[in-house]
Design a protein around this ligand. Structure first.
Ligand code: UDP
Ligand code: MG
Length: 318
């Protein structure tokens, strides 16, 4: 019998876990011909999420939990889940029921049809804050234009993958992970299905606007070097304009003599070029910071507690 791992990152989700587990368990217990295992990742929760997970694991032999030493972020939690998954398939689900567990059955059908991956996309963003939706849309427009991967708006990490794809995703062991990009970069035959946006069943979103903004910058810099090119192009453009202006000034001086006023134009040019230089340094800095974090080769997560059969070496990276 083929095994499906259900990977669920949880960060302070004690309010919603019972609802989630009841529904997800209800769904998978009705699916025949497959065995299921839950892998919950407690991402350094400060509430009693871990106690709840431990209770499940005592009651049910198909529940595994991994608890991190601190909050490492959802990306790390998903990576830990995939890395410790042993199933033929793995599906990643949010614990707040925003990813309807009933779709697991449809995803399995796609696997049977021969797809490597089945991704469920949100058809709309109804219910999300308007401002957040606006910026998310702009982000997808931008990132799809400038990056080497295609990231459809609404395509999240709610996906089922087969073993081949799981291994490919694990092989991408970068520390600063941007799943939307990684999942698209590895390729494979993907079936897209849609679902209506649902609001979080209980508890609160863990993403502040600022956290999302930083995540968006990570997304751009992780899969595109276009900002670096922008800096070069601005440099070339300004040098060229400066050269043309220089010729103009020289000719003007020769023809009309020295003319001392010009403070306003001078200061404008100095400030403008100064701004561009700092902006370009900032872009360079973003990439250098990325290189710095990657070369340190720190572990993506650290396990504090778990009931995995045989705990893999969490510090081993590749
Ligand atoms: N999550 C996590 N670590 C974090 C933030 C979130 O494991 O640092 C989990 C969270 O418990 C949930 C999922 O990621 O299962 C999605 O988070 P959330 O619902 O807060 O995000 P949203 O749906 O608002 O994008
Ligand atoms: Mg959510």
């Amino acid at each position: 019998m083929k095994k499906v791992d259900i990977i669920v990152p949880c960060f302070n989700e004690s309010q919603v876990l019972d609802l989630f587990f009841k529904e997800a368990y209800g769904v998978v217990s009705k699916i025949e011909n497959y065995s299921f295992e839950f892998i919950f990742i407690d991402d350094g929760s400060s509430d009693n999420t871990l106690d709840i997970l431990k209770e499940y694991s005592k009651k049910y032999n198909f529940v595994r939990y991994i608890s991190f030493s601190r909050n490492f972020g959802k990306e790390s939690a998903m990576y830990a889940g995939l890395k410790n998954s042993t199933g033929d398939f793995a599906v990643m689900l949010d614990s707040d029921l925003q990813h309807p567990p009933r779709l697991i059955a449809d995803m399995l059908k796609a696997m049977e049809e021969g797809y490597d991956c089945c991704s469920a996309n949100r058809a709309t963003r109804d219910g999300d804050p308007k401002l957040r939706t606006f910026f998310t849309r702009r982000f997808y427009n931008l990132v799809n234009k400038i990056s080497e991967v295609d990231m459809p708006d609404g395509a999240g990490d709610f996906r089922m993958m087969n073993r081949k794809m799981i291994n490919a995703v694990i092989a991408m062991s970068e520390v600063q992970r941007f799943s939307k990009g990684i999942l698209s970069w590895v390729g494979f035959k993907t079936k897209w299905i849609k679902f209506e946006n649902v609001e979080r069943a209980a508890g609160e979103t863990k993403w502040s606007f600022w956290k999302l903004f930083k995540y968006a910058i990570d997304g751009v810099t992780a899969f595109s070097t276009a900002p670096l090119k922008l800096a070069s192009i601005l440099g070339i453009f300004i040098s060229f304009s400066a050269f043309v202006y220089l010729i103009y000034i020289v000719i003007k001086t020769i023809v009309m003599g020295i003319d001392s006023p010009g403070y306003a134009s001078l200061i404008t040019i100095v400030l403008f070029i100064g701004g561009i230089i700092i902006f370009s340094c900032g872009i360079l800095g973003e990439y250098i910071a990325k290189i710095y974090m990657e070369v340190k080769n720190r572990p993506i997560y650290i396990i504090r507690d778990s009931n995995l059969d045989e705990e893999k070496d969490d510090y081993e990276k590749k």
